[in-house]
Design a protein. Structure first.
Length: 363
């Protein structure tokens, strides 16, 4: 099978979301594999210039996939002449499906989230080829939406490792005199940062000398502040307004914690692993696709503040273990999750979808 040389990626918005960030990494990988890419989005956003800098053609059309009003999008797509449309989330699948019908192109969809199985499109169009970013999502689509495993290919999101230089693991393992324990992402109850704050309180009451950093925005921030005040640890807990794709603060932490209750794959965990930061994470969902307990990180039961505190304490006490976990984690990211390797796997998937539809196999 010949892989396509022109691909259309569709997005809901060119914003700073994890979906748009993953699409950016896919564009990076496709371009490095010699593929021409058009990015078609319903809404503009801060990431628009980044896509263009990567060499993608970027089109923003609010009404794409809408009957009559979407004709300009169909015309732009036909002019670009891609061989496949790849919707970057289930949220944009319905519009992308209509665009595919209007242009006669095959469609593939990436499923990033557990609640994708509740999207009406998923159950109504079970024959549409889907990429699930983890085994956990593939299983959930089958169990909840009735989509056969043959229609769902597991391919993770990739990372552009040029943004994550090879770490000096020996130096990293003793980065600060007072260790910094950090977490970042959307601040929401299901993300488990309350458990992180509770674990911080346990460690500080045990006289463990550490600082705690919470990076991100979200509706749970007031409750997290209140919880820190209740435990009288506000002087040791810092809130930083990072986005879920801003990795600069990873350079300032010694142990990364992902205390989530559910996770499709774990973008923040991937980034920490790539940056050479040892990880403690909840053993849920797609996290199992990233971390083997005791090999590439440490897994704990979600919601278990005592267990999380113990895992952090054990890592703080063992510099060699931190270094070994971080080194093996980085090796796994390089081998399985680099943007180039993931893009090659997706290109093979595209070729199979195109062949199955009977579309021409030339570029």
């Amino acid at each position: 099978m010949q892989t396509p040389k022109r691909v259309l990626l569709t997005l809901d918005a060119l914003d700073m979301s994890g979906v748009a960030f993953s699409a950016q990494n896919l564009v990076t990988g496709l371009r490095r594999n010699g593929v021409q890419v058009m990015v078609l989005s319903r809404l503009d956003g801060e990431r628009k210039m980044t896509f263009r800098e990567l060499g993608a053609e970027v089109v923003v059309l609010k009404h794409f996939g809408v009957p009559f009003f979407g004709r300009s999008a169909a015309a732009a797509v036909k002019a670009f002449q891609p061989k496949i449309i790849h919707a970057q989330s289930m949220q944009i699948a319905a519009r992308s499906f209509k665009l595919a019908r209007a242009t006669g192109l095959p469609l593939a969809i990436t499923s990033n989230r557990f609640d994708d199985c509740d999207n009406p499109f998923a159950s109504a169009h079970k024959g549409t080829p889907i990429i699930a970013v983890s085994d956990a999502i593939q299983e959930r689509l089958g169990n909840r939406a009735g989509i056969s495993r043959e229609k769902v290919k597991v391919i993770p999101n990739g990372l552009d490792l040029k943004h994550f230089p090879q770490p000096d693991f020996d130096t990293r393992s003793r980065l600060h005199h007072v260790p910094v324990i950090g977490t970042y992402g959307t601040l929401a109850e299901e993300k488990g940062q309350r458990v992180f704050v509770q674990a911080a309180g346990i460690l500080l009451r045990e006289k463990i000398d550490a600082e705690f950093l919470i990076m991100g925005h979200g509706p749970d921030k007031p409750e997290l502040r209140r919880l820190a005040e209740e435990q009288k640890i506000t002087s040791r807990v810092t809130f930083s307004p990072s986005t879920t794709t801003d990795t600069r603060n990873l350079a300032n932490i010694d142990i990364f914690v992902e205390p989530t209750f559910k996770e499709g794959l774990g973008l923040s965990v991937m980034q920490a692993m790539a940056a050479g930061v040892p990880v403690v994470a909840s053993g849920v969902g797609g996290i199992y696709s990233l971390i083997e307990d005791g090999e590439t990180g440490v897994l704990v039961n979600s919601g278990d503040a005592d267990g999380l505190a113990r895992a952090i304490k054990d890592l703080l006490a063992d510099e060699n273990l931190r270094s070994d976990l971080a080194r093996r984690a980085r090796e796994k990211i390089e081998k399985r999750f680099s943007a180039e390797n993931v893009a090659r796997e997706i290109l093979e998937f595209y070729a199979g979808v195109i062949e199955a539809t009977g579309a021409p196999q030339h570029a």
